[in-house]
Ligand binder design. Sequence first.
Ligand SMILES: Cc1cc2nc3c(=O)[nH]c(=O)nc-3n(C[C@H](O)[C@H](O)[C@H](O)COP(=O)(O)OP(=O)(O)OC[C@H]3O[C@@H](n4cnc5c(N)ncnc54)[C@H](O)[C@@H]3O)c2cc1C
Length: 385
Amino acid sequence: MARSFDFVVGGGSIAGLTFAAEAAGRGASVLVVEEHEEIGEPEKCDGLVSLRGLRRFGYLPRPEVIQNQIMAAVVHSPGGKRFAVSASALEVVVLDRSAYDKQVARQAESAGATVRTGARVDGALQSQEAVTVRVGDESMECKYYVDATGPSPALRDGILPAAKYELEGDWVSQRLVDVYLDADLYPGFFAWVIPSGGHRAKVGAAGRGINPFRALDAIIAGKQTTILKRVSAPIYVGGPKGRFVDHRVIFVGESAGQVKPTTAGGIMTSVAGAVSAARWACEGVRRDDPSLLGNYQREWDAVFRKEMSTMARVRGVFEKLSNRDMESVIEMLATPRVVARVSQSDFDFHASALLGALGLSGVLRMARVVGSAEVRSLIQRDPSP
Ligand SMILES: Cc1cc2nc3c(=O)[nH]c(=O)nc-3n(C[C@H](O)[C@H](O)[C@H](O)COP(=O)(O)OP(=O)(O)OC[C@H]3O[C@@H](n4cnc5c(N)ncnc54)[C@H](O)[C@@H]3O)c2cc1C
């Protein structure tokens, strides 16, 4: 007879593990199936996150998981202009992402979940009452299947090629994140240097149609550098899916598109999705009522949908900018007033903060510089979530 659980979770990364910890903590029987042999490996993510966001949802990293605290971000224009935004009030840290996933896996196991590595979910077939999940030659029965397997083929339009080096070099700043904009080198995205402690950094590049490793080699050319790790890891910037729940199949984290369209940051938003999904899924089991899962969608939308839609519109403008436009826009942003407002804002709601700081007059001035319909879309009202 097939083994049976309240929840089988496909994918043992941050979304799946948070769901498991939360649901097992509420007394549910949970099996997590992760295709890789070791939780957290291979590590793709750079782990840049605000503690404020994680605290809100109850999944703070332990101190030993934090590699560095970030004091500012420096944005570099294609022509070499720079402006810095202080992050000292924003509680931005760099996590050892692999260690963070292991921390949450231990939390899930202590709460009673089973985490099985080196096994792959090959399919999930739902009926009115249950879901049959195929893992290799085995079949498992569960009340709900939780898809936490990362971006699915259905989200492929939002995926950009990306790669990163973990490296050591005496040129790495200790506490500054560098962001390099260049519409020719990184179309539709940017390159970044995230210091992870000492002289170590995670250096990445992403962009439409680029070879990201070539872009990375250009960034480190002429600099004294030891490359410790090379990782090819596409990023997702396509925005949240319309529906997170399909009857007894629940999507959480990147498989639900719960990722910021501006920066591809998805740790906090995935944790938020998993916590809410687990809460309502456990209620669904307790009251034998799958319709309660609709509250998960509503809860996540109420907090994030509007900001994600603003981020998507900011991204729409950004994608249209030529290098010349970027110089003008950066000049507009690099005023003491805008920089001060953004420095005091919320790391996870940066698009609204930026537009708020620019104000209507700033956006209209930008429309004169860039002149695109996308800029006008920034001053349109958001649809209600
Ligand atoms: C290069 C890069 C840098 C990033 N940097 C940051 C950052 O600094 N800050 C930030 O907030 N976010 C960052 N992100 C985004 C962040 O990593 C993701 O949003 C987050 O990891 C999403 O978590 P997830 O659990 O939804 O999915 P994922 O982390 O993608 O995990 C999916 C898991 O499912 C497993 N899996 C897939 N298919 C199956 C299957 N069929 N059966 C079993 N297991 C399966 C995979 O092995 C994987 O472990 C970055 C992403 C990339 C690629």
